[in-house]
Design a protein around this ligand. Structure first.
Ligand code: TXA
Ligand code: MG
Length: 354
C-alpha cells in the first residue's frame, strides 16, 4: 500500500502548483488519476515502459488490453502515429479536444507495453482544462485508461477512483464529477470507411455528418458475445463495466419492456434476493422493487449517459443482488449507454415484445 495524495483542483483554472506537482510525479514514473470530460483516467508517461507496466498492475488490467494515449497538442500525434490519414485530420480539427479516440498505425518511439504489442495506437486529446494542463506541463504523452479496477464501472468522480485504487496509485486530482459520464468513442482510422470499435461520447451521427459513412463493428453494438478472433479492439474480449450485482437488460418497445421488468422483479423477489431496478424518469414510479433508481428522462440520453456508471456503483453500495435495467434507444449517446449495459450484463439481454 502506498499513500494516495488527493489534490482538490479547480476544474476551469487548475492551480499551477498542483499541476506542477502532479506532472513531476508522472515524469518520475508515478501514477496520477485525473479528470477528463468523459471519465477519470489513470495516467502514466506513455513512453516510459516501466511506468506503463505499473499502470496495468495498479488496475489489475490484462496486459493484452492497451490504454488510450492522451496528447495536449496535434504535433504529438505525428510522433506517435506512422501515418495520419486525411480523414483523421478532419476529425481532429472538428472534434478535438473532445471525446473521440482515433486508432492509427503506431510509430517506433512507442514502447510495446503501451500498445500491448499491437502495431496500432489509440490517441485522443481530452476536453478538460485539468487534463490538458497536466499533459502539457508533464511534456509527455500520457497513457490513461479509465481509473477503475479492471472490469468495474468507470469512475466519474474522484471518490470512485479512491474506492477502486486508493493505496494503489500516487495521486488523484479531484475536480468534481465528469461532464459526459461515458468514455470516448474509439474509431479505427486504419480502415476505410473508418469503423467504430467502441461507441462513446462522440455520437456516430456526428461523425457521419462530417465524414459520410462510418461503420459500426459488431462488438460496438454488443448484442452478443463474439468469438475472440472477431475482437479487433483487445478490450472487446474482457468483461467490462460490471457492478458486483447480477445485471439483466430488458430491451424492446417501452410498454412491453416495463411489463417484462415487472415480471422479472417479481420472480427475483420470490427468491428472497435484494432486487434493484434501473429505470428512467418516465417509468420509475411504476416499479415496486427494493431499490429503484432513475437514469433520467428518456428524452435526455446525455443525462442518462452521465448517470449510468454512478448508479451502477450505488446499487453495489446498497447491497443489491440483482439489477433489472430498462434499455434506452440506441441513438446519439444511447448507443454508448446500451453498449455499456449489455457488456455489464455479460449479455444477459431479454427482448420484450407486445
Ligand atoms: O474516455 C476515455 O476514452 C477514457 C478517458 C480516461 O480518456 N479512457 C478510456 O480508456 O476509456 P480505456 O483504456 O479504459 O479504454 C481504452 C479502449 C479499450 O477498449 C481498448 O481496447 C481500446 O481503447 N484500444 C486501445 N488501444 C487500441 C488499439 N491500438 N486498437 C484498438 N483499440 C484500442
Ligand atoms: Mg476502461
Amino acid at each position: 500500500m502506498k499513500k494516495t495524495l488527493v489534490f482538490k483542483v479547480n476544474p476551469e483554472n487548475p492551480e499551477a502548483e498542483i499541476i506542477r506537482e502532479a506532472a513531476s510525479i508522472m515524469r518520475n514514473g508515478g501514477l496520477v488519476a485525473f479528470p477528463t470530460e468523459t471519465v477519470y483516467g489513470l495516467g502514466a508517461d506513455a513512453l516510459n515502459a516501466k511506468a506503463v507496466l505499473a499502470l496495468f498492475r495498479a488496475k489489475r488490467r490484462p496486459l493484452d488490453n492497451p490504454p488510450i494515449v492522451h496528447v495536449g497538442k496535434f504535433e504529438d500525434v505525428y510522433r506517435l502515429a506512422r501515418a495520419v490519414p486525411a480523414k483523421a485530420e478532419i476529425l481532429m480539427k472538428t472534434f478535438w479536444p473532445g471525446p473521440l479516440t482515433l486508432v492509427f498505425k503506431r510509430s517506433s518511439i512507442v514502447p510495446d507495453v503501451t500498445v500491448a504489442g499491437l502495431d496500432t495506437i489509440a490517441v485522443r486529446m481530452p476536453k478538460h482544462n485539468v487534463a490538458l494542463a497536466l499533459i502539457r506541463e508533464s511534456g509527455c504523452p500520457i497513457a490513461a485508461p479509465s481509473a477503475n479496477l479492471a472490469g468495474r464501472p468507470s469512475p466519474t468522480t474522484a471518490e470512485h477512483v479512491l474506492e477502486d485504487l486508493g493505496g494503489r496509485i500516487d495521486a488523484v486530482l479531484d475536480a468534481g464529477p465528469t461532464r459526459i459520464g461515458v468514455e470516448s468513442t474509439v474509431l479505427d482510422m486504419t480502415v476505410d470507411p473508418p469503423q467504430i470499435l467502441r461507441p462513446g461520447g462522440t455520437p456516430r451521427e456526428a461523425l457521419e455528418a462530417v465524414l459520410g459513412r462510418v461503420e459500426l463493428h459488431p462488438v460496438a453494438i454488443a448484442e452478443k458475445k463474439l468469438p475472440v478472433e472477431k475482437a479487433r479492439s483487445p478490450g472487446m474480449k474482457h468483461r467490462h463495466y460490471a457492478p458486483k450485482a447480477k445485471l439483466i437488460v430488458v430491451e424492446g418497445e417501452l410498454s412491453a419492456a416495463v411489463k417484462k421488468v415487472m415480471e422479472l422483479v417479481n420472480l427475483y423477489r420470490k427468491r428472497k434476493v435484494k432486487v434493484g431496478v434501473l429505470a428512467t424518469d418516465e417509468t420509475a414510479n411504476l416499479y415496486e422493487a427494493d431499490v429503484v433508481k432513475s437514469l433520467g428522462s428518456r428524452s435526455r440520453l446525455d443525462v442518462v449517459a452521465k448517470n449510468l456508471f454512478r448508479l451502477l456503483r450505488e446499487f453495489d453500495a446498497q447491497g443489491v443482488d440483482v439489477i433489472i435495467a430498462e434499455g434506452v434507444p440506441t441513438e446519439g449517446l444511447g448507443l454508448a449507454v446500451m453498449n455499456r449495459l449489455r457488456k455489464a450484463s455479460g449479455y444477459r439481454i431479454v427482448k420484450a415484445s407486445v
